[in-house]
Design a protein around this ligand. Structure first.
Ligand SMILES: NC(=O)c1ccc[n+]([C@@H]2O[C@H](COP(=O)([O-])OP(=O)(O)OC[C@H]3O[C@@H](n4cnc5c(N)ncnc54)[C@H](OP(=O)(O)O)[C@@H]3O)[C@@H](O)[C@H]2O)c1
Length: 340
């Protein structure tokens, strides 16, 4: 075990688009353990677009990351030393251990309390399809979207971690599913691998025209990860009693000034439709139910998941930026160590 801990700290608050210069590389001694603490060596770091919001100094559903603080993230890793009765060296764990090689923790508090990963189980699935990502898709699509067989469901950010799972759950529930994503490769993956019924490349196609063509009876469910112009194009074509699930709005996360709201919102009235936001943390007590059903779909082959695993601790800031450059297909992860 090294005595030096490598970390990435928040160095400055982004003005507009986040850049690598907003992060500072730092080395600090690995602290001595006190009673009730254990030491985790991180193996995988998960990246979420929401981290961009946590870098701003503004109130949100969790407090902002402070300047000089280790970047916040959910990770998986292995216990390497322990003065905690429930955690032994060798145990695999997940928790909110941040962008650092080692974390000292009591297992409580922070972004996410620690939990054990069964021996031999994947250290990446709990960060993606069986973690925040899959559960966001699951509860957002099912609780707010309320899919019914024969309906048309449109998903934006569809080749991303959350969107790809949300669209497949809608398909499992009997919907016709149309994904909106950037670029021909992502669109081909959506129809060929994830078995969406159709895909729209928003970077090269007229989204409104393609939606008119693909959804002649209107859009019953929209699972939105993007906001902005895509949300507006969908609002223009919603069906009666449509449900719009506001999961995220990545198109605006790096905007210095807020853009005006959607022009076509009035269609919510005309179509007696509902547009509703949600935050996954509100479903904490139901996580086990979601993990169980998602696992069942994975085991039966009804659901597939894609991981985009970059390598090397030095690449943490660069890996985070991939989310905003559209470089990731599926869940964006960074591997920084092997399980021993
Ligand atoms: N409400 C909640 O509790 C909750 C929880 C987790 C995640 N979320 C939200 O879910 C969304 C997806 O998160 P994720 O972790 O699954 O990330 P992701 O979709 O795997 O990655 C982000 C994707 O967003 C797309 N994108 C980036 N900039 C864009 C822009 N300006 N316009 C349109 N698309 C853009 C890119 O795909 P393309 O190449 O297709 O552009 C990129 O691959 C985010 O909005 C996130 O904040 C919400």
């Amino acid at each position: 075990m090294a005595d030096m801990n490598r970390q990435w700290l928040l160095a400055s608050r982004p003005q507009g688009m986040v850049t690598e210069s907003n992060f500072q590389y730092h080395e600090a001694p690995v602290p001595e353990l006190e009673d009730g603490q254990f030491l985790v060596r991180n193996c995988y770091i998960a990246f979420e677009p929401a981290m961009r919001g946590w870098m701003d100094d503004r109130p949100s559903y969790i407090p902002p990351i402070q300047l000089g603080e280790v970047m916040r993230a959910v990770t998986t890793g292995q216990v390497v030393a322990s003065k905690h009765p429930d955690y032994q060296p060798g145990d695999c764990v997940q928790g909110g251990f941040g962008w650092q090689e080692y974390a000292v923790t009591t297992g409580k508090g922070g972004l996410m309390p620690a939990s054990k990963i069964p021996a031999g189980a994947s250290l990446t699935a709990p960060l993606g399809v069986l973690g925040i990502t899959g559960l966001t898709a699951y509860f957002g699509l099912l609780d707010l979207g309320q899919p019914k067989g024969g309906e048309t469901c449109v998903v934006s950010g569809a080749a991303g971690a959350t969107g790809s799972i949300a669209g497949q759950i809608a398909r499992i529930k009997g919907c016709r599913v149309i994904g909106i994503a950037g670029g021909p490769d992502k669109c081909a993956w959506l129809t060929d691998a994830a078995r969406f019924d159709a895909a729209i490349d928003y970077k090269s196609e007229d989204v409104a025209a393609r939606l008119r063509e693909l959804c002649p009876d209107g859009i019953h469910i929209f699972f939105d990860n993007v906001g902005g112009e895509i949300l507006d194009a969908v609002l223009a074509q919603i069906a009666m009693k449509a449900r719009i699930v506001l999961c995220g709005g990545i198109s605006r996360y790096n905007d210095e000034e807020l853009q005006p709201g959607p022009k076509n919102y009035f269609n919510l009235i005309l179509q007696r439709a509902r547009m509703e936001g949600f935050i996954l943390v509100d479903y904490y007590r139901r996580f086990a139910e979601g993990v169980q059903e998602l696992s069942g779909w994975l085991d039966s082959g009804q659901l597939i998941h894609q991981e985009d695993i970059q390598d090397g601790f030095a690449n943490a800031p660069r890996t985070f930026l991939r989310l905003f450059e559209g470089k990731n297909l599926g869940k964006q992860l960074l591997k920084i160590a092997d399980v021993r």
